[in-house]
Design a binder for this molecule. Structure first.
Ligand SMILES: NC(=O)c1ccc[n+]([C@@H]2O[C@H](COP(=O)([O-])OP(=O)(O)OC[C@H]3O[C@@H](n4cnc5c(N)ncnc54)[C@H](OP(=O)(O)O)[C@@H]3O)[C@@H](O)[C@H]2O)c1
Ligand SMILES: *[C@@H]1O[C@H](CO)[C@@H](O)[C@H](O)[C@H]1NC(C)=O
Ligand SMILES: *[C@@H]1O[C@H](CO)[C@@H](O)[C@H](O)[C@H]1NC(C)=O
Length: 320
């Protein structure tokens, strides 16, 4: 009897230790479990990506700029798009200085995501230059930082025009080409506020929720083309210019991100997701990662907790 009890106790202890270990890993994680596994055991970008023609939007700053630098070392052909051409020139120069990419393998293609009538022309310019588009990285976009009651309708409209419709439009231009070749990757920068509600960024979150709906539908509709990969990236706070560029600047207090992820780390994880054809990846430190798990798997509880403990919770989680 005593022996059995001892056995049971030690089994419980082992289980508890395992749980603590998992919790420890989760607290220290900066991405979801699948991506963590892919980083350790999966295919590496250095082997999978060379030779590809990659189109990056929003390449003039932030995450897109960093993606350009890391890609410029992988033997790909790069197309860099954004509105500010001189910034794209700067990024190109740095790619040439510090990457292995050659001048003829970088194309600068100024593009305004909100000017949808220019997207077809841009797509054709790339096909003319490189003959194909292997990967489209839908990265360009803008955030928002203002409470709903204070925000003008024009701001909500602009966020949908840019983040949602601009991305949909570009995707629709590239899609027929990928369908014709029966292959390609469309990688879209979503955001964890496309899964969990963010404070003071309702219009931004809504545009990202819209993208989530769109690309999940696209994934299903492309069922007969298994080699066209639809990949959605959900980062939490990453160091970039995004808050400086946010649509409304007045209410910044709630956006005191303490634990932001380095842009280079974020870009590296995106390349790993691309190399491993991951359909959905979450890239973030705590507390956002835990919140995303809660919203994904226990939405009613997450909703209740968020509302009841709004202030206290934010303080505790931000201090973590
Ligand atoms: N940083 C974060 O914490 C975070 C978290 C989750 C998701 N994300 C997502 O990651 C992506 C990149 O953000 P980031 O943090 O790198 O922001 P960022 O530093 O502000 O860069 C945004 C990029 O988008 C471009 N852009 C803005 N408006 C455009 C337009 N109308 N047409 C074409 N390009 C436009 C900008 O270039 P121009 O001004 O030259 O056009 C810039 O290159 C966004 O989709 C964002 O939603 C970021
Ligand atoms: C150039 O690349 C090296 C190695 O990849 C890196 O360590 C260094 O920081 C880069 N320098 C610049 C200026 O980006
Ligand atoms: C939009 O793009 C078209 C085609 O490239 C161009 O002719 C037009 O001037 C652009 N519109 C604006 C407002 O920039």
């Amino acid at each position: 009897m005593g022996c059995r009890l001892l056995l049971l106790l030690s089994a419980l202890c082992a289980l508890l230790l395992l749980l603590l270990l998992c919790l420890g890993l989760l607290l220290r994680a900066d991405s979801d479990l699948t991506l963590q596994w892919a980083e350790r055991r999966g295919r590496c970008p250095e082997r999978e990506l060379p030779g590809m023609v990659v189109w990056v939007t929003g390449a003039s700053g932030g995450i897109g700029e960093e993606l350009a630098y890391q890609l410029s070392k992988l033997g790909v052909s790069l197309v860099l798009s954004a509105r500010r051409e001189h910034e794209l020139e700067r990024v190109k120069r740095k790619c040439l200085d510090n990457g292995t990419v050659k001048e003829k393998d970088i194309l600068i293609l100024p593009l305004d995501l909100t000017n949808r009538s220019s997207h077809e022309v841009a797509t054709n310019a790339i096909l003319q230059e490189f003959g194909r588009i292997d990967i489209l990285i839908n990265n360009g976009g803008r955030a928002q930082c203002s409470l709903i009651v204070d925000t003008n309708m024009d701001v909500f409209k602009e966020l949908i025009e840019l983040n949602y419709l601009g991305t949909v439009s570009l995707t629709k231009c590239v899609l027929p080409h990928m369908i014709q070749r029966k292959q390609g990757k469309i990688v879209t920068m979503n955001s964890l506020v496309g899964i969990i509600p963010g404070t003071a960024c309702s219009g931004y979150g809504a545009s990202k929720h819209a993208l989530r709906g769109f690309f999940n539908s696209l994934y299903i509709e492309l069922g007969e083309y298994p080699d066209i990969i639809i990949s959605n990236i959900y980062p939490g706070p990453v160091r970039s210019n995004i808050m400086k560029n946010a649509l409304t600047e007045e209410i910044t207090k709630d956006f005191k991100y303490i634990h932001t992820l380095a842009t280079s780390r974020c870009a590296r994880l995106i390349l790993i997701a691309m190399a491993n054809n991951l359909k959905e990846v979450w890239i973030s430190g705590q507390s956002f990662l835990l919140r995303a798990y809660l919203w994904q798997y226990m939405p009613s509880l997450a909703c209740w907790i968020s509302r009841v403990f709004q202030k206290q919770l934010r303080k505790i989680l931000n201090d973590m």
